[in-house]
Write a protein that binds this ligand. Structure first.
Ligand code: NAP
Length: 254
């Protein structure tokens, strides 16, 4: 028996990276999982991997910044999987630049995907969760919330996620819904490979340099984040809400 047997989950940005690892982990724990990404075909490989392991999953194409598309996606989850018990707000982008070079578009894009995206998906999901008097919402923050050169937009969005999480925890707690955030440190994905390219080094060089300044002396893998999220969406964490857990190998305190 899995910890999430009978539950239905929606994971945004789950075609690859952390989102794909989370979708696979929740499915392995027994949940039926909706794999949402910009394009449904992009999420199909995550769905195929889940199904090949004996799990249940569907792919949905939607842009998290589009209210109509997200409402329709949540309705599709409920229609096809029977409910929406778990929402993981994971979709994300970076548009890094120093403040004086950061365009208004780069600011809007990053705030839009992370903050407006989490707002729209949570608003659509809570409608069903409140009725069911049950729900788990987890959003992705980041160590960059604490400040990171070249990421004024991303840092603001990721700290915004922490305030959003605390407020939702207060509003939705009476309805049996917990709301938490996970703040990863450096995780090996295409997002951090793109950071390496921007800095003019290889992904391996950036990983090695980051591992050296990380107390546990390694960088993170998507499964490190999936492990933490699996806890927050399980009933083992039912008295924990409004929290942000840094999963960063000690970077925050290092
Ligand atoms: P990733 O590999 O770039 O994957 C992000 C996924 O989100 C992609 O599949 C992307 O689709 C999708 N996406 C982007 N915009 C979207 C939108 N508007 N609607 C729906 N899907 C969208 O990133 P990751 O490294 O796995 O990061 C996942 C989350 O963890 C993000 O919120 C990120 O900020 C956070 N995080 C990551 C790290 C890290 O070190 N990797 C550290 C801290 C926090 P496309 O491919 O089509 O763009």
């Amino acid at each position: 028996m899995g910890a999430l047997d009978g539950r239905a989950a929606l994971v945004t940005g789950a075609a690859r990276g952390i989102g794909a690892a989370v979708a696979k982990r929740l499915a392995a724990d027994g949940a039926a999982v909706a794999v949402l990404d910009l394009d449904a075909s992009a999420g199909q490989s995550t769905v195929d991997a889940i199904v090949a392991d004996g799990g249940k999953a569907i792919a949905i194409g939607a842009d998290v910044t589009n209210a109509e598309a997200i409402d329709a996606a949540v309705d599709q989850v409920v229609a096809e999987l029977g409910s929406i018990d778990i929402l993981v707000n994971n979709a994300g982008v970076t548009r890094d630049n120093l403040l004086f070079k950061m365009s208004e578009q780069d600011w809007d894009t990053v705030l839009g995907v992370h903050l407006k995206g989490a707002f729209l998906a949570s608003k659509a999901a809570q409608k069903h969760m409140v009725k069911a008097k049950y729900g788990k919402i987890v959003s992705l923050s980041s160590v960059s919330a604490l400040g990171n050169r070249g990421q004024a937009n991303y840092s603001a969005a990721k700290m915004g996620i922490q305030g959003f999480t605390r407020t939702l925890a207060i509003e939705l707690g009476p309805f049996g819904i917990t709301v938490n955030a996970v703040a990863p440190g450096f995780i090996v994905t295409e997002m951090t490979a793109a950071t390496a390219e921007r800095l003019g080094v290889t992904p391996e060089q950036l990983q090695n340099a980051t591992a050296e300044v990380t107390p546990v002396r390694r960088v993170g893998q998507p499964d490190d984040i999936a492990n933490a999220i699996a806890f927050f969406v399980s009933d083992a964490s039912s008295f924990i809400t409004g929290q942000t857990l840094y999963v960063d190998g000690g970077r925050k305190i290092g």
